[in-house]
Design a protein. Sequence first.
Length: 476
Amino acid sequence: MHATSALAAPACIENRTFDEIEVGDSARTTRTLSQRDIGLFAAMSGDMNPLAMDTGYARDATFHRVAAHGMWGGSLISALLATQLPGPGTIYLSQDLHFHAPINVGDTIEVIVAVTGKDPLQHRVTMHCCVRNQYGTEVILGTAEVQAPTEKVRCQRVDLPEVQITDHRRFRQLLAQVKGRPAIPTAIVHPCDDSAIVAAVEAANAGLIEPILVGPATRIMAAAKHTGLDIAPYRLVDMPHSHAAAAQAVALVKSGEAKLLMKGSLHTDELMHAVVAEPDLRTGRRLSHVYLMDVPSYPRLLLVTDAAINISPGLDEKRDIIQNAIDLAHILGIAMPKVAVLSAVETVNPAIPSTIDAAALCKMAERGQITGGLVDGPLAFDNAVSTLAASEKGIDSKVAGMADILVVPDLESGNMLAKQLTFLAGADAAGVVMGAQVPIILTSRADAPRARIASCAVAVLLVQAATNGVAPAAGG
């Protein structure tokens, strides 16, 4: 009697011993190829055709459709042999597979293995293997030889582990926007440790900036020597200490010799004090920091503000913080960013001041005091980023579950949120200070290299936008 089985995920897995197997027995399963499958296979194999992860390229033309590596189909054959026929205890001996057509993203394939021969001396079983797509086209044909188990195995099926592909494609897209454009002269303030030197050289090598190293020359050169990086091509402005370096960097911007400021190994407040002290660098806006979070599990770039400069902003400061973030979102190509003003709850509660501020900010947006975005709040974090959570709470909002910008109540909550996204959710965090006449790049020693590069890329976009006459309005 010929048995046919399928990978229907029964509660238990039971193998077929050599003695139980008959010529003609078969097993089959179906699978639809997704972009995620290609990413998973690339992670497992350690290599990837770069075009396979370029979804824009994949949509170009029929012959450019993304196809799986042929061995992805081969791996499904192996899985069928190992789990169903013969099943647990099977030893894979050899295979001879021929690949006749590609398997494209979106294709639903059927994998079939059938017994064509048995060798009782070595308990070997020869299997015919076939993989066909939804059109009936045979994409893989061949044979496999296995050693079938001689002992019966029946075990409880276990849940497969969840696997997440961390693909920071949004930062790659950001870099693509500035690729090939002129490098921007950038004053690097007090770059006296390894991370500051590395960040400056990385950004220069990426063609984003022309570093002007401002600070104690002996310490800068010592840091460069320690990292093994050559800073000879870059201008070095010798200043005795960090306060003087910050003042001189601001002067370089004022004179037009530098178009960007980049924090080195000094405290953020020290740099910001020098910026605020120069009237020509101030605008009608409050300075505020915006994190650009590339969160693998979130479907869009997420802006978090302010988690670095304003400790406990009032209503007027929050208005500027929101407007700065909206203006940055416009430069990034988000035409009408959705702004979620966060609190612990989604209802106005007089006992929670951040809910009062959120309600007032929404009214300010309605009256044109905040422009260019959809503002809603108060919203709890889950309601801001999850449509399911918002639906369960009965929240009717064009922002809930789809936020582009998260406005935090204060620096403490914002700093914790940004670091949780970075260290627990695998996010990369680029950052830039808005509200001055020039963008200010803040980097951290804990930043991944791509995050540091992305911070520079954002600042370069802002400078280019200002040059093209589409800079954010300076007024309050």
